[in-house]
Design a protein around this ligand. Structure first.
Ligand code: MN3
Length: 200
């Protein structure tokens, strides 16, 4: 059963001025769509076709024969997750259970914010920065290319796409500016909190 690219949860121009409609148009309409199509084409007619995309990712991770299908499946799911991590008029600080846990595990929201910014800025080349729940502890991690914390047994709470296609039209080489703008203006803390609560 083919994986269907979920609809973007907001209009393409909804994240302006922080992320332009042009960036979203290419990122969602071309990059993400291509990962979904490539995954479906590679899975078609194989046993992977009968699995959820999460199970397809788990089954192909670390298999040198399945690198292509893994990369496209993981990128398809990573992007769906990323869109939901953003919203117009987002950012600010979280509230509720997740806020308390961030303070407990990082010391303060500002320390968490610095760690997330640093991870996003220092991921060498293409990849992702994440807030994850790892054995009951919140951690900031980064992954290269299509890699996802799911294959390390970690629960993703939040992610930032740091592939150049996510920011180059708007910020050129200034990845730290994109990251800071995203954290302060676009993070959907309601979505992050729902991920955290579901993992309890
Ligand atoms: Mn991307």
């Amino acid at each position: 059963m083919a994986y269907k690219q979920p609809a973007l949860p907001y209009a393409e121009n909804a994240l302006e001025p922080h992320i332009s409609a042009k960036t979203i148009s290419f990122h969602y309409g071309k990059h993400h769509a291509a990962y979904v199509n490539n995954f479906n084409n590679l899975a078609a007619g194989t046993p992977l076709d009968d699995l959820s995309i999460e199970d397809a990712i788990a089954q192909t991770a670390n298999d040198p024969q399945k690198v292509g299908v893994f990369n496209n499946a993981a990128q398809a799911l990573n992007h769906t997750f990323y869109w939901n991590c953003l919203k117009p008029n987002g950012g600010g600080v979280p509230t509720g259970n997740l806020a308390d846990k961030i303070t407990a595990d990082f010391g303060s929201f500002d320390k968490f914010r610095d760690e997330l910014k640093n991870a996003a800025a220092t991921q060498f080349g293409s990849g992702w920065a994440w807030l994850v729940l790892d054995n009951g502890t919140l951690k900031v991690v980064k992954t290269g290319n299509a890699q996802t914390p799911l294959t390390s047994g970690q629960v993703p709470i939040l992610t930032i796409d740091v592939w150049e296609h996510a920011y180059y039209l708007d910020y050129q080489n200034r990845r730290p500016d994109y990251v800071a703008s995203l954290i302060d203006n676009l993070i959907n803390w309601d979505f992050a909190e729902s991920n955290f609560n579901a993992a309890q």
